[in-house]
Design a binder for this molecule. Structure first.
Ligand SMILES: *Cc1c(COP(=O)(O)O)cnc(C)c1O
Length: 361
């Protein structure tokens, strides 16, 4: 069975000594030596100050609070994992959903601009499947309207935008290191920012909002990464260049073999990490759901990612109409991409899709 994800972790003997040492010393969390070393390695790799979190979601909630979002509206896409609007609600704000660009599947910059009001507290872009938002255009929009621009880059650790690694764009970005994401520490995440004030606030919020003198300026949370996760993360970083190259090779081979070019793939300013390889089912003899079922019969798990969040029970009362999001959410299939995908596995998925498309199965 080719599962939708296949996490790749270091072997126990690569991390056993470090973890054993942490257990013996009792230094297992609260910004321990391995977390600090991992943060240093991440900051160097991404080229921007970076701090670790217990999850991508904790980093996302912290980023919104550290950027001063408290009430008001936050403009974000509906075509994303539900974690994105949920974090907006936990910040006490209301998500204002914007449509996406059908070529990049990321938030449509003109639609974002049309939704800016005096209630807008932030723009929150999402790097769908690891495809970068149009960072330059959104950052410019934020500067023009004096609104913070934040990125839920949960899926795009390692993605490259116009020759620069994702990480230093907008006012801040967060990444997820969950087991389903390309780069994983089991559970975990990080926040990157060039803004020293935002960084300092994020550090406080991550630790219950506590100041050195015991006072709390922010109603913080517990977002601290455990040492075991940082120990794994440091090992993962060593294998990362190879993993990244193999993910890109897998995604491109799939697109090439299936001759289903992702619209605009060639024109994108981004070299994604490919959390999944999205394809559209348009003008096939089968519906999208039938294609997923046919793939499952052939031992390949594909998913309907993403579902439009504005249609979910939690959000549908807001009554947004987002034609591009709605159409793509009906047609898209997320295909698996692994950090250690073999050529045989790539060929299996590609030939399965070709035979389904040609009505041979
Ligand atoms: C995975 C994901 C999150 C949540 O990250 P966790 O590490 O699982 O908490 C948030 N936003 C998006 C877009 C994601 O894909």
């Amino acid at each position: 069975m080719l599962n939708i994800v296949r996490p790749r972790f270091p072997k126990l003997d690569q991390i056993g000594d470090a973890f054993g040492g942490a257990l013996v010393s009792g230094n297992v969390t609260n910004n321990g030596p391995y977390v600090r070393a991992f943060e240093e390695a991440l900051s160097e790799y991404l080229g921007v100050p970076t701090i670790c979190f217990s999850s991508g979601q904790a980093a996302l909630m912290t980023m919104l609070a550290a950027a001063g979002v408290e009430g008001g509206n936050v403009i974000c896409p509906s075509f994303t994992f539900a974690a994105t609007p949920h974090a907006v609600v936990w910040a006490g704000a209301r998500p204002v959903f914007a449509d996406i660009d059908p070529h990049t599947l990321t938030i449509d910059v003109d639609d974002v601009e049309s939704r800016i009001t005096d209630q807008t507290r932030a723009i929150l872009g999402v790097d769908s499947y690891g495809i970068c938002c149009d960072y330059d255009a959104l950052d410019e929009l934020g500067r023009r309207y004096r609104i913070p621009v934040l990125y839920d880059s949960a899926a795009s650790f390692g993605s490259v935008y116009k020759d620069k690694l994702s990480g230093g764009f907008g006012n801040a970005q967060i990444f997820s290191f969950h087991a389903t994401k390309p780069f994983s520490t089991m559970e975990g995440g990080c926040l990157s920012t060039r803004d020293p004030v935002l960084l300092e606030a994020a550090k406080r919020i991550r630790n219950f909002g506590q100041e050195d003198n015991g006072d709390c300026r922010y109603s913080g949370l517990n977002g601290k990464m455990m040492e075991i996760c940082a120990i794994i993360g440091r090992e993962q970083l060593k294998a990362w260049p190879t993993d990244l190259a193999s993910r890109r090779n897998a995604a491109f081979s799939l697109y090439e073999a299936v001759l289903l070019p992702h619209p605009g793939l060639a024109a994108m300013d981004c070299m994604p990490v490919w959390l999944y390889a999205p394809i559209y089912i348009q003008n096939w003899n089968l519906s999208r759901d039938e294609v997923i079922a046919a793939l499952a019969r052939m031992g390949i798990m594909a998913r309907k990612y993403y579902t439009a969040c504005h249609k979910m029970t939690a959000y549908r009362a807001f009554d947004f109409e987002l034609p591009v999001t709605e159409q793509i959410a009906r047609e898209v299939i997320a295909l698996p991409v692994y950090s250690d995908m073999t050529q045989t596995e790539i060929d299996t998925i590609a030939s399965a899709l070709v035979s389904i498309k040609n009505g041979e199965v």
